[in-house]
Write a protein that binds this ligand. Sequence first.
Ligand SMILES: *Cc1c(COP(=O)(O)O)cnc(C)c1O
Length: 489
Amino acid sequence: MSATPDRPLVPAWLAVPDDANALADAVWPESAERDAHGELAVGGVAASVLRERFGTPLYVLDEDGVRTRAREVKAAFDAATARHGIRARVYYASKAFLSTEVVRWVTAEGLAVDVATGGELAVALAAGADPARLGLHGNNKSVAELERAVEIGIGSIVVDSMIEIERLAAVAERLGRTGEDAQSVLIRVNTGVHAETHDFLATAHEDQKFGFSLSAAVGAAERIRELPSLALVGLHCHIGSQIFGTSGFAESASRLVDLYADLLAGGDLPVLNLGGGFGIAYTSVDTPTPIHDLAEGIVDAVARECEVRGVPLPNLAFEPGRAIVGRAGVTLYEVGTVKPVTVSEDLERVYVSVDGGMSDNARPALYGAQYSARIASRASDAAPVLARVVGRHCESGDIVVDAEYLPGDITPGDLLAVPATGAYCFSLANNYNYVPRPPVVAVSGGSARVIVRGETVEDLLARDLGIPAPGSASTSASASVSTHGEESA
Ligand SMILES: *Cc1c(COP(=O)(O)O)cnc(C)c1O
């Protein structure tokens, strides 16, 4: 991260705040506010109440925030496609945050749901999602996963390789899905456009694992069209994540429409799925494109490309994940230790350690992702100091917030809130250092309820078969013998 010469420890984008208690617009959930005592509340529930009832660290999810975004995104794509007389289907990309409750919220708001594994599929089904409104992705789906998906009548499967086309065709045939009843598939196309945050690269061949190149997709389409158990309904591409602006999508769409136009010679292709990747604000300097502008820009670009080539405009599909849930999440931590660290002669930053870290938010370690933070339990007039919020794990890269100005009187026992953690935090959570994963609490209208319970140390120990059962005198060696029945018999 580049820094300015007069502030070598501070990333160039980070300014000293006028008010180190302020909750930046668009970064925090709409319902976040400071009450009369200066304490943070989300969904009408005060941070101290959340700590008392549920402990820390805690994932807090603003239900109205998720629902509002789902409605807005759907309305934006509905409006943008209606102008051209076509329809949009918006899939929630469930890998961003998946629980049965969230599936119920977004499907109630009219979204379809995207899954990428048998586990994600199981959660969506457990939530009561309509199988016909589910899509399945992934570059290496197992035969068992394909079987399950076909069996439950999944709406569409995005095929990723020639091997998978053959596997899926065999599965669908075995399950009697031929002719009218053939399994709908889309071809995942690698358009060579890859979005790096706020920018995109366009290459002839992209060196990554997903999908078919533009030229290989032609052969894939021919093969699918020969197979009686598969019905080719469209093309799919996804150019990356946390994208601002429409230029990357427009470039990718242009390439995809070239292919679409070529393939129309061999039959209908009613759907183009342009994936997700719409960016959100993680810090006050992020300025994502408003979703209505983004939707119009992308849909207009596809319409133009089709018009230029004189081909009919197909229906469109989109797969936002982060844009639906990212802003609705806030993680609450308790401050443990506070340690000023002299980095050189006259440069200091304060290391603020919290009771979570890379186990509940892997994104800073994984992607160098930037976040912001505020003291949640109180407002403070103390002058801001440059801080780095770190976790409790045995890695110096265990950073939660790389650089932030926090009130200089921050102290053990303060609650610290990190906003914009609704996407890819809970879903990437892990048990590094045998730290139990935190619960998820949904807040709305002044009430809070657990939607995913937190793990206990007992949960973690339960998988270790070397531990004697309570009350049994057996050693770990005899426990292992009794696990293998034939030896103890
Ligand atoms: C991850 C992913 C998405 C969602 O990405 P966001 O950045 O969360 O919008 C959509 N489609 C595919 C195929 C993905 O892999």
